[in-house]
Design a binder for this molecule. Structure first.
Ligand code: NAD
Ligand code: TDX
Length: 350
């Protein structure tokens, strides 16, 4: 079964992964369709992530909430939407520990609202972008497969788990066309600097401390964001209705090893001694409910849809460090209060 969507509603397309997906669509000469980007432009969303990367005649940005069914329904009608790719979410585990409410609202209730629209408009295919964190924590061995039981540890992962369940339940109950993907940790350009990799890179540039939670031995399976975007396109166009696909990079690293690798790369780039940068490592209090290890078995996606990651972690991290070096001033501006005012003035709800 193949789909060739011509009018795609991308939700959360101003965020880290959604913007990579939209950049990928417009870079693909085989894609001649339109993209509507529905994004609430929270602290994590940034329209400039797409600057110069879209064809204006085929791209519309709408500031709005996925929970606003009327708005979503109107956009589907107006633009003849034939596919929705749902990236919109609150995505940071630490923030979910401090304030779970918005995670429940956007990730669960927001996904429900989108599904209600698709229920009324069953010609739309709905792809739901989710995370490997729904599976909980692994011991020293083993991999998450699509059959692994859900066992989320944080309010963030619990909210994503709930949304995945809703998507599959709507598919089985109402017969709508859906796919789900569960991906491991992404990294790359445009990653918001609250997450480990961009935070450490910017702190290294600025001579600040590098906070490492607990003993630093938690393991994540890292995937370059463009490889995720490619996997999503494969699933959107060729994935089987009702199926779930795990996406992962086969790149298991402990957090402390990632931090040390980033130190090596920044030391080389800035001509600084490694030992000086290493002295900035600070072991800090652990994250509550901190999952020990994630690792993905993506063999289903590889064998059924022929996807495989193109970037290895060494070259992907080197590319990422160079990107942050070239764009450090801009990224710091994006974090600042002045930038929020700019967003609010330029993207007042329409
Ligand atoms: P992000 O935080 O960078 O971006 C989220 C985007 O959603 C932002 O542009 C934000 O403005 C928008 N948004 C938030 N609430 C909204 C709402 N109510 N309505 C409309 N837009 C809203 O997140 P990301 O890292 O790009 O993650 C995208 C998706 O991929 C999420 O669903 C996340 O769970 C999933 N995911 C992320 C990773 C990762 O490593 N970052 C890995 C696997 C899966
Ligand atoms: O300052 C830090 N120090 C630290 O040791 C931060 C921010 C994180 N960490 C640790 C916690 C994790 O073990 O590094 C690891 C990665 O942390 P995050 O970057 O916060 O990512 P994680 O919690 O693993 O979740 C990410 O991957 C899965 C995304 O934020 C999620 O949206 C995605 O679903």
């Amino acid at each position: 079964m193949t789909r060739s969507p011509q009018s795609i509603l991308v939700t959360g397309g101003a965020g880290f992964i959604g913007s990579a997906f939209i950049r990928r669509l417009f870079a693909d000469t085989a894609f001649a369709g339109k993209v509507v980007n529905l994004d609430l432009l929270t602290y994590a969303g940034n329209p400039e992530n797409l600057k110069g990367a879209v064809d204006d005649a085929r791209y519309t940005l709408v500031r709005g909430d996925i929970g606003d069914q009327k708005l979503v329904d109107g956009l589907c009608e107006q633009h003849g939407v034939d596919a929705i790719v749902n990236f919109a979410a609150e995505s940071h585990v630490d923030r979910s520990i401090l304030g779970p409410g918005v995670f429940v609202q956007t990730n669960i209730v927001g996904t429900y609202a989108l599904l209600e629209v698709v229920r009324k408009r069953p010609s739309i295919h709905f792809h739901h972008v989710s995370t490997d964190e729904v599976y909980g924590s692994l011991g020293p061995t083993g991999l998450f497969t699509e059959q692994t039981a859900y066992d989320p540890s944080s309010p963030y992962s619990a909210s994503k788990a709930a949304s995945d369940h809703l998507v599959r339940a709507y598919q089985r109950t109402y017969g709508i066309s859906t796919t789900v993907s569960n991906c491991s940790n992404n990294y790359g350009p445009f990653h918001f600097p609250e997450k480990l990799i961009p935070l450490v890179i910017l702190n290294l540039f600025e001579g600040k401390e590098l906070p490492v939670y607990g003993d630093g031995l938690n393991v994540r399976d890292w995937l370059f964001v463009d490889d995720h975007a490619e996997a999503l396109w494969a699933i959107l166009t060729r994935g089987q209705v009702g199926q779930t696909y795990n996406v992962g990079g086969n790149n298991e690293w402990t957090n402390i090893a990632i931090v040390k690798k980033l130190i090596e790369l920044v030391a080389e780039l800035k001509g600084k001694p490694k030992s000086e940068l290493e002295s900035s490592i600070r072991y800090v209090k652990d994250r509550p409910g901190h999952d020990r290890r994630y690792a993905i078995d993506s063999s289903k996606l590889q064998s059924e849809l022929g996807w495989s990651p193109r970037h290895d972690l060494e070259s992907g991290l080197a590319e990422t460090v160079r990107w942050y070096a070239d764009n450090a001033a801009w990224v710091n501006g994006v974090r600042s209060g002045a930038y929020r005012e700019w967003i609010d003035q330029n993207y007042a709800a329409r």
